[in-house]
Design a protein around this ligand. Structure first.
Ligand SMILES: Cc1ncc(COP(=O)(O)O)c(C=O)c1O
Length: 451
C-alpha cells in the first residue's frame, strides 16, 4: 500500500472519493459515540459496588483510635485512610493530608492559597506583577484551566517519552523568579501515557529555582493504573528524592481514588514535606472542620490494604486493556501503512495521544463530530486551547463499550484519512471544491449505473 505522501494527485482524488462514500455511510447511521473524557465505563464502576455494603446502619463507624467518624473533626484525615492512601502514593502517613472527593479541587485550592496568601511566608502571587507556570505539552486541560483562571501566564514545555524537556525546565526555573510552578502528570501522563524516566525525576528534585516559592505540582493521578500485570512503568518517588537532594519543600504531590472507586465520590490526598503541611493546615483549618470521614472509612473497609487496592486495579485493567488494544490495532491497521499520524502506546493510565499531520486536528475532530463521534476538542491539550501545530488529539478509550469504540475508531481513521488527503490535494494546488464536485458527479453516475 502506498503512503499518502507518495501518492499522485489522481490517486489522492480516488482516495477522497472512496473515503467520502464511507463517511456518508457512517453519517447515515446516526451514531452518538463519545470518546471525549476519560471516564470509567459502567462495568468499571460496578467493580466498586461493594463499597456500598462496606458500611451499613449496623456498622461500627469508629476508627482504630476510637474517633467516631459520624462526627466533626480530624482535619487532615483519619489515620487508617492515611495509611492506605500513603501506601498508594508511596509516602508515609505523616506526610499525607486527606481531603474531599477530588484532587483537582485540592490543586485548585493549592494555587488559590498561594495566590491569596502566599507560600510559607512569601508574597502572595496576587501582589506580584507577573506569575508564570510551566506547562508540559500536550497536557491535561483541567490543569491549564486552573492556572488560566488565576491569570497565570502559561509557558509551553515540550514533552518527550522521558518526561518534559528538562534542559528547558532547568533553564526557565533557575533564571526567572516569576515562574512559580510546573504541572506534571509523571506516570502514565495525560494524554500520552508516558512515565518520567529516573533521570527526569532526579533532575526535578535537583532544580535550583530562582523563586523561593516555586513548587512542582506533581499530579500522580495514575500511579497504580497499570494495564498489564508484568509490563509496568516504574516511577521514582519524588518526595524522597527531593529530600535526598536537599530540596524537601519543592513538591506538592496529588492523587485520588477517582479512577479506582467512584469518580466524584472517591477520596483525594496531598503528600508533601512537614513545612508545607504546616503551611497548608494553617489555612485548611479556616476552610473546614474536616472532610468526609465516613467515606474515608468506607474506602479502608472496602480495600483492607494496598494489596486489596492493587487486586481491584487488576480488575479495572481486565476491562479496559482490550479497549486500548482495539484502539491501537485500528490505528495500526488503517493509518500506519499510509504513513498518517503518530500515536503513543501506553502501558497504563486513561489515554492515547494521537498526533495528526500538522494542520489537521481541528478538521478531523469536526468531521468526526458530524458523523456522531465526539472527541476531546482539538487544542484542549494545550494552554489556552491553542495547539500551535493543530496536530494533537486525545483519545479516551475507556468509556464506550468495545463495540462502540471500534465503530468510533473506524470513523476516526476515515475522518483522519479524508482530512489529510484533502489537505495534500490542497497543497498540490488542487481546487478542493472541484474535487468535491467530481465526487458528487461520480456518486450520481454510480447510482444511475445501479438503476
Ligand atoms: C491527570 C489527572 N489529574 C486529575 C484528574 C481528576 O482527578 P479528581 O477526580 O481526583 O479530581 C484527572 C482526570 O481525568 C486526570 O487525568
Amino acid at each position: 500500500m502506498k503512503k499518502y505522501l507518495e501518492m499522485s494527485k489522481e490517486e489522492l482524488e480516488q482516495e477522497v472519493v472512496k473515503l467520502k462514500a464511507q463517511y456518508k455511510k457512517y453519517q447515515d447511521m446516526d451514531l452518538t459515540l463519545n470518546m471525549a473524557r476519560g471516564k470509567p465505563c459502567h462495568e468499571q464502576l460496578d467493580l466498586s459496588m461493594g463499597m456500598m455494603d462496606a458500611l451499613n446502619s449496623d456498622a461500627d463507624l469508629s476508627c482504630e483510635d476510637g474517633t467516631d467518624c459520624r462526627n466533626y473533626g480530624v482535619l487532615t484525615g483519619i489515620h487508617e485512610a492515611k495509611v492506605l492512601i500513603g501506601a498508594m502514593m508511596e509516602n508515609k502517613p505523616e506526610n499525607i493530608i486527606i481531603y474531599g472527593n477530588s484532587s483537582l479541587n485540592v490543586m485548585y485550592d493549592t494555587v488559590s492559597r498561594a495566590y491569596t496568601h502566599g507560600i510559607m511566608g512569601n508574597t502572595p502571587w496576587c501582589k506580584l506583577d507577573k506569575v508564570k507556570f510551566l506547562c508540559p505539552v500536550p497536557g491535561y486541560d483541567r490543569h491549564f484551566a486552573i492556572t488560566e483562571y488565576f491569570g497565570i501566564e502559561m509557558i509551553n514545555v515540550p514533552m518527550t517519552p522521558q518526561g518534559p524537556d528538562m534542559d528547558m525546565v532547568e533553564k526557565f526555573v533557575s533564571s526567572d523568579e516569576a515562574i512559580k510552578g510546573i504541572w506534571c502528570v509523571p506516570k502514565y501522563s495525560n494524554p500520552q501515557g508516558y512515565s518520567y524516566s529516573d533521570e527526569t525525576v532526579r533532575r526535578f528534585a535537583r532544580l535550583k529555582p530562582a523563586a523561593k516559592d516555586f513548587r512542582i505540582f506533581w499530579d500522580n493521578a495514575y500511579g497504580i493504573h497499570h494495564l498489564y500485570d508484568k509490563d509496568q512503568d516504574y516511577l521514582i518517588e519524588i518526595l524522597a528524592e527531593c529530600k535526598k537532594a536537599g530540596n524537601p519543600d519543592l513538591v506538592y504531590k496529588f492523587a485520588s481514588t477517582s479512577k479506582i472507586t467512584f469518580p466524584g465520590s472517591g477520596i483525594a490526598a496531598l503528600a508533601t514535606s512537614p513545612n508545607n503541611m504546616e503551611d497548608i493546615t494553617a489555612q485548611l483549618q479556616n476552610q473546614t472542620i474536616g472532610h468526609d470521614k465516613v467515606n474515608q472509612l468506607r474506602h479502608v473497609r472496602f480495600f483492607g490494604d494496598i494489596e486489596g487496592m492493587k487486586a481491584h486495579m487488576r480488575k479495572h485493567a481486565d476491562i479496559i486493556r482490550p479497549k486500548f488494544e482495539a484502539t491501537l490495532e485500528i490505528l495500526e491497521r488503517d493509518l500506519a501503512p499510509l504513513g498518517i499520524g503518530e500515536w503513543t502506546k501506553p502501558k497504563g493510565g486513561y489515554f492515547i495521544s494521537f498526533d495528526a499531520p500538522e494542520g489537521c486536528a481541528k478538521a478531523i475532530v469536526d468531521r468526526a463530530k458530524k458523523a456522531g463521534v465526539t472527541m476531546t476538542n482539538a487544542g484542549a491539550t494545550y494552554p489556552y486551547g491553542k495547539d500551535p501545530k493543530d496536530s494533537n488529539i486525545r483519545i479516551a478509550p475507556t468509556f464506550p463499550s468495545l463495540g462502540e469504540l471500534r465503530n468510533a475508531m473506524d470513523i476516526f481513521t476515515v475522518c483522519t484519512r479524508l482530512v489529510y488527503a484533502i489537505k495534500l490535494l490542497d497543497k498540490m494546488g488542487e481546487n478542493i471544491s472541484l474535487t468535491e464536485n467530481r465526487y458528487e458527479e461520480n456518486m450520481k453516475k454510480a447510482s444511475k449505473a445501479k438503476k
